[in-house]
Design a protein around this ligand. Structure first.
Ligand code: PMP
Length: 389
């Protein structure tokens, strides 16, 4: 049989070199040098002892960083959104109700995911530059008695951090599971899964853990585990926690194949967790608070405002800043990228056109980076005002 005629020529893919930027947006962040090195370790069979022992190390590391004794802990192959989709689809069935506490774009993503699976959604919204009080959340849970409530701990679209302590008890009083996004908060600000009664949590590697995106730690409480074991509805195969728990050997003697995990991402995640374990969570939280405090002190000399008025609501990993009238957010971002090789982001979702989003986290959480950012902002404000005169 004559081969079909080639109609698409091979593309000319050029392997271009570039100077690594300082990544100070709300994520991704630069990687720890040791994580970068871990990514180049050999690929092995996902059914060998080296791989199994890395999975065990990762599970121990996840228990530490989430502060949980739960056995149902593992990592999903995918970026932060995969953690979100895993939690929602495993814990809330079609026609069950998800209450979504909304103050930024991630809660809106949760709404989008839930709607695709026929889940009933209830939105409870506060202004995007504030956070929820436990009293108002309790009123909503009491009123709707939903199957679960979704809430974002650190919101990278608004630069706010939500108080969670006590929320688990409130949810459990009404038979509701508490689902939490910690993608941009974990490692940067305190989080205590068991003590705060969180039933399911996900995070990702590319923020305060300073690793590559593509793998997302998740954990489930005993209450959530019961729900997963007894559920009558199907979940997407790729995110089925019952099957993934067997691949990750969460209950012992079940190293079964579910999908081919990426060994470089496994080595990288293990190294992120090793770094944090060596530093300790307490020291990492302190370091993040100190660097951001230093950054904010430097900002006092500049004509910038905080988008989040209450300092207690401000997230230590991501600052949201309002420019004086006459400046264009995209121009400031572009200037700082081109002149300083520093990446910062404009607003997103509710903060689009209203703020800059600046992340000081992971390997970049130190006073030298805070100073470089403050200098770059001062330069941009001066240069751009001149050019617009
Ligand atoms: N939640 C939060 C708080 C985030 O900041 C992000 C990413 N910016 C996500 C979820 C989604 O993660 P990913 O882009 O890795 O899918």
């Amino acid at each position: 049989m004559a081969p079909s005629k080639m109609s698409i020529p091979p593309p000319n893919i050029v392997n271009s070199e570039f100077k690594e930027p300082l990544l100070c947006g709300p994520g991704p962040c630069n990687m720890w040098p040791s994580v970068r090195e871990a990514l180049t370790k050999p690929v092995v069979s996902p059914l060998c002892d080296q791989f199994f022992s890395a999975l065990d190390d990762i599970r121990a590391g996840i228990k530490y960083v989430f502060q949980t004794k739960s056995n149902l802990v593992l990592a999903i192959s995918g970026s932060g959104h995969s953690g979100m989709e895993t939690l929602i689809t495993n814990l809330v069935g079609p026609k069950e109700t998800l209450l979504i506490a909304t103050r930024g774009i991630w809660d809106e993503r949760a709404y989008n995911v839930a709607n695709r699976y026929g889940i009933k959604t209830i939105i409870y919204r506060v202004p995007y530059n504030t956070t929820f009080t436990l009293e108002e959340l309790e009123k909503q849970v009491e009123l709707y008695r939903p199957t679960a409530m979704f809430i974002t701990h650190g919101d990278s679209s608004t630069g706010t951090v939500q108080k969670l302590e006590g929320l688990g008890d409130i949810c459990h009083k009404y038979g509701t599971l508490l689902l939490v996004d910690t993608v941009v908060s974990l490692g940067g600000v305190p989080f205590f899964m068991d003590a705060w009664g969180v039933d399911a949590v996900y995070t990702s590697t590319q923020k305060a853990l300073s690793g590559p995106a593509g793998i997302s730690p998740v954990a489930f409480s005993a209450r959530a585990e019961q729900k997963i074991k007894n559920r009558k509805y199907e979940t997407p195969f790729y995110f089925d926690i019952n099957l993934l728990a067997q691949q990750w050997n969460c209950y012992g003697n079940t190293r079964s194949y579910h999908h081919t995990m990426s060994p470089p991402l496994i080595w990288a995640l293990r190294e992120c967790l090793r770094q944090l374990s060596i530093e300790t969570l307490e020291k990492s939280w302190e370091r993040h608070a100190k660097s951001t405090r230093h950054f904010h002190e430097r900002l006092q000399r500049l004509p910038l405002d905080f988008l989040v008025p209450n300092p207690e609501h401000r997230l230590a990993t991501v600052s949201t800043l309002v420019l004086p009238n006459g400046y264009n957010y995209n121009e400031v971002v572009k200037y700082i990228r081109e002149k300083h090789n520093i990446i910062i982001f404009p607003g997103l979702g509710p903060t689009a056109g209203k703020s800059l989003r600046i992340g000081i986290m992971g390997v970049n959480s130190n006073s030298a980076v805070a100073d470089a950012l403050a200098d770059a902002l001062a330069d941009a404000l001066q240069a751009l005002v001149k050019s617009s005169l």
